[in-house]
Design a protein around this ligand. Structure first.
Ligand code: GUN
Length: 295
């Protein structure tokens, strides 16, 4: 079997189009387009690339983005003051503080300072609690994108055996909550899991979000499984060149799975598209407008 490729780029482009199509109605109702504030502290090169992509995509969707760059030396109090200003600004629907932050700033303190109804990352404990208890709220972008790819590929997830590898607050835990809400039977595996290969062998759906290059081997997979690879690991070759690989040994997995996301071009583009979606969702919730159908 050669697995079908799940084209995250194409799915993301369709989602951005849907978001863009809904912006004029919001603008007509509110007299402004949805606004996303992106806060970057310091000059981490990887963050610069992510943020540039986020800002460019926001413009593609017809929304306004506001970039706030702070020096790496900014104090925690200084960053919290900016977050408070953005919380109070009615033209800002979404606030994203790019991680990682410099070591002298406590990430958790900053994330809880963001107003939950503007928390387009879905990282605030209030939104994590809403997800865990089945209440409407803002859900982290990467697992939202993974779930969309899975539903498009598999259809009904009810009763499916799913394994999520990695228990981060950003991907693994919310992914497990979303799959549970979709009525899958979920195993949440992590670095202390015994016999990971044995757990993977039972899964119809594998979501790898652990940050270990090519950890999941093709021979572990159940034939016909659907594989979502969230990993983005840059590995160095001996000749000095580098290559981006996922958490799944792609060529091996492709020979066993029914469908798989490539790295790059799989989950990555969906994360940014879901950020735009979340910004529109936040704008509608804040304005008391009904949710956009089909998002
Ligand atoms: N750094 C890398 N990815 C992300 C993300 O999705 N959100 C935030 N806030 N920071 C990140």
């Amino acid at each position: 079997m050669t697995a079908a490729l799940i084209d995250g780029k194409a799915h993301a482009a369709t989602l951005v189009e849907r978001v863009a199509a809904a912006v004029p109605a919001f603008a007509a109702a509110r007299g402004r387009v949805p606004g996303l504030a992106v806060v970057v502290v310091g000059d981490n090169p990887a963050s610069a690339v992510y943020v540039r992509n986020k800002l460019a995509r926001t413009a593609t969707a017809g929304m306004r983005s506001i970039e706030h760059r702070l020096p790496a030396t900014v104090s925690e109090a200084g960053l919290l003051a900016l977050v408070a200003t953005l919380n109070a600004d009615d033209a800002v629907d979404g606030i994203l503080v790019q991680l990682p932050l410099p070591p002298h700033i406590d990430d958790a303190k900053v994330l809880v300072a963001i107003a939950p109804d503007k928390d387009v990352d879905g990282f605030h404990p209030v939104n994590a609690g809403r997800l865990a208890t089945g209440l409407p709220g803002l859900v982290p972008c990467t697992p939202t994108g993974c779930l969309m790819l899975l539903k498009d590929t598999v259809g009904d997830l009810s009763g499916a055996e799913a394994i999520v590898i990695g228990r981060s607050n950003i991907v693994g835990k919310p992914m497990a909550a979303l799959l549970t809400a979709a009525s899958a039977t979920v195993t949440l595996a992590h670095s202390r899991t015994r016999d990971l290969a044995g757990h993977v062998a039972r899964a119809d759906i594998v979501v790898a979000a652990v940050g270990v290059p090519e950890l999941v081997r093709g021979a572990w997979l159940k034939p016909g499984a659907v594989v979502i690879d969230v990993g983005m690991n840059r590995i160095a070759h001996t000749d000095g060149t580098t290559k981006l690989v996922g958490d799944v040994a792609f060529a091996e997995a492709r020979a066993v799975a029914a469908a798989i996301t490539p790295v790059p071009g799989g989950v990555g583009p969906m994360t940014i598209a879901c950020l735009l979606r979340n910004t529109l969702v936040a704008a509608h919730l804040r304005a008391g407008l009904p949710p956009v159908v089909g998002l």
